[in-house]
Design a protein around this ligand. Structure first.
Ligand code: HEM
Length: 81
């Protein structure tokens, strides 16, 4: 089964992640924002990059390889809701 935003990706973000990033205009809990195709799916790519480079969340806890793989697979599967 394809990776789904609601079932597999949204639960990876903590409430503190959602609240802090909302203030920067990045609603991590929003499917429409995360799957916005504008600029070659820039929002999802930027989020993934910030997690891979461990620039986010500041000071951790950083995402495990399993979490990063799941996010990448969601993108590869075509950003399923
Ligand atoms: C496009 C990607 C992102 C950008 C450009 C970004 C940018 C920022 C900036 C500028 C801050 C405030 C300054 C700082 O505390 O360093 C911040 C804070 C924060 N971000 Fe992000 N962020 C991104 C993605 C994420 C993601 C994916 C998560 C969580 C999974 C996250 C979690 C947090 C948290 C929890 C804070 C508050 C830290 C604190 O105040 O202790 N951010 N982010």
């Amino acid at each position: 089964m394809a990776v789904s935003f609601a079932n597999d990706i949204r639960p990876l973000f903590r409430e503190i992640d959602v609240e802090h990033m909302q203030a920067y205009g990045m609603p991590l809990d929003s499917y429409s924002w995360m799957s916005d195709p504008y600029n070659n799916y820039r929002n999802a790519q930027d989020v993934l990059n910030s997690l891979i480079t461990q620039s986010m969340p500041p000071g951790g806890p950083f995402w495990t390889q399993d979490m990063l793989d799941r996010f990448s697979q969601w993108m590869k599967d075509g950003y399923q809701p």
